[in-house]
Design a binder for this molecule. Structure first.
Ligand code: GRF
Length: 209
């Protein structure tokens, strides 16, 4: 029996990748996959309006106390929606080892969380990656898709695609091309997960004992 893959997107900002993922999902058979919700930790994040406009549930879970409390709140949503995969899309918080462990408990040992980053990791981890690569005038940069671990942009790489800086006169043109590339690559990853071309362990309720 084929199961529906349930996706959550975590984002803190503009949400262009979140939007691209949702639009991609709309082109796939609905019985194969579903974006259950978008979560933001920032009240002012435009991604929340995008969720509303696109008809996807949006949750705001602001970090008011410590990280453990914040992540427990998020985990409740993961459980309520029986989330199989989490896509980070400009989510500006590090995920704790405890959260990854909890996620693994629900997926037969796999922490099914992916991230997208606008550089060829390990080059330019962290923020302002596009700007830094452009100002260094490296010959090429690109986009990385990787599994999430507890470090900042350090998890195992799933896919990278290069983009030459040659011919880009302005940062804004280069940025626009990087974002285009991101949207395509993240969409393809989503499609492969939803179509089970990438091994998926489905959510398994954790029974407290
Ligand atoms: C993207 O460049 C992504 O790679 C990085 O954060 C940015 C988010 O942009 N992790 P958006 O909010 O999806 O437009």
């Amino acid at each position: 029996m084929s199961k529906t893959v349930r996706i959550a997107i975590f984002a803190s900002g503009t949400g262009s990748n979140a939007e691209a993922l949702i639009k991609k999902m709309q082109t796939l058979p609905s019985e194969n996959g579903r974006v259950e919700f978008i979560l933001s930790d920032k009240r002012e994040a435009p991604v929340l309006e995008k969720a509303l406009r696109l008809g996807v549930t949006g949750y705001l879970v602001e970090k008011t106390g410590d990280r453990a409390v914040h992540e427990q709140e998020i985990l409740k949503l993961v459980d309520r929606h029986q989330i199989d995969w989490i896509f980070l899309a400009g989510y500006m918080r590090l995920i704790s080892p405890q959260f990854l462990k909890e996620l693994r408990l629900r997926h037969q040992g796999q922490a099914q969380m992916v991230n997208i980053h606008p550089s060829l990791l390990p080059a330019y981890p962290g923020s302002q990656a596009i700007e830094r690569a452009f100002s260094d005038q490296v010959p090429e940069s690109g986009v990385t898709l990787h599994l999430v671990d507890e470090g900042m942009d350090t998890g195992p790489v799933l896919r990278q695609e290069k983009l030459s800086l040659h011919g880009f006169e302005s940062l804004s043109d280069f940025k626009a091309r990087i974002h285009e590339l991101e949207h395509r690559l993240y969409g393809e990853l989503l499609e492969n997960i939803v179509n089970k071309k990438i091994a998926t362990s489905f959510f398994k309720e954790v029974i407290e004992c």
